[in-house]
Design a protein around this ligand. Structure first.
Ligand SMILES: C[S@@+](CC[C@H](N)C(=O)[O-])C[C@H]1O[C@@H](n2cnc3c(N)ncnc32)[C@H](O)[C@@H]1O
Length: 235
């Protein structure tokens, strides 16, 4: 039970939803798919049917042992136990029913990674945060996600499609890579949001830089925040 909570283990139990996730991922025989969170493997064999190669990782060793025995006849599947955010094998498509507590980490890791597109399942509230347009609701992760990806909502998924059911409903998103971001840019955007009540002038002062711009972070567009972060990072 502790493992379930810590690792966000709510397993999808709907094969029709699994099929639609795989179909929306538009996988071809030229693709290497990275699946973060093998779980009980509801998506894994479907991904293998479409892809050239699938790398599927789960932090829970036992789940990987079980998958190795269940899928021993699948030859284009590499199963690895460990932290998926430490994967450095290249991939073209990312597919994951994300462990909810790791959603922000996942988006930041994906923003740094090079790949074509992905399909991810996240908590509804997190999806709203990613897609937030109003400056009040916008967070650092909204700006990071908007800079790194084109994001679209594919469908809503009720919590009853998982075992055990989580407390909240989920959303399936398609993410198409726009920009690869450097770690220091991501860190600086997070830092800017920790000063969101300050003016740009005062934020830049913290980094020994100057400007005449008197706006607050909430009054800046996403692009202006990226420019501000780049200005802070300029040597
Ligand atoms: C929401 S479940 C989804 C499992 C499966 N793909 C499904 O759709 O039913 C998330 C899975 O991610 C795994 N997980 C959690 N943190 C992880 C990490 N850092 N790296 C790899 N897998 C992780 C959990 O053990 C769990 O199996």
């Amino acid at each position: 039970m502790i493992k379930r909570k810590r690792f966000g283990q709510h397993f999808l139990n709907s094969s029709s939803i699994a099929k639609s996730i795989v179909s929306e991922a538009k996988i071809t025989k030229n693709d290497t798919v990275f699946e973060l969170g093998t779980g009980l493997g509801i998506l894994t064999p479907l991904l293998c049917e479409k892809a050239n190669k699938v790398i599927s990782m789960d932090v829970d060793k036992q789940l990987i042992e079980d998958a190795k025995s269940d899928f021993s006849k699948i030859h284009n599947l590499i199963l690895k136990s460990g932290d998926g955010f430490k994967n450095n094998a290249p991939f073209t498509i990312f597919v994951s029913n994300l462990p909810y507590s790791k959603s922000k980490e996942a988006i930041e890791w994906l923003a740094e990674s090079s790949f074509s597109h992905g399909v991810i399942m996240v908590q509804k509230e997190f999806a709203e945060k990613l897609l937030a347009k109003s400056s009040k609701k916008r967070k650092a992760i909204s700006v990071i996600a908007d800079h790194a990806f084109e994001i679209s909502i594919l469908s809503n998924v009720s919590k009853n499609n998982f075992s055990p059911p989580p407390k909240v409903d989920s959303v399936i998103l398609k993410i198409v890579k726009k920009n690869i971001m450097k770690k220091d840019l991501i860190q600086t955007i997070n830092k800017i949001f920790s000063y969101r009540r300050k003016t740009v002038k005062n934020i830049l002062k913290q980094f020994n830089k100057e400007t005449v711009i008197d706006k607050r972070v909430d009054d800046l567009s996403g692009d202006e925040i990226i420019n501000l972060a780049n200005q802070i990072l300029e040597k």
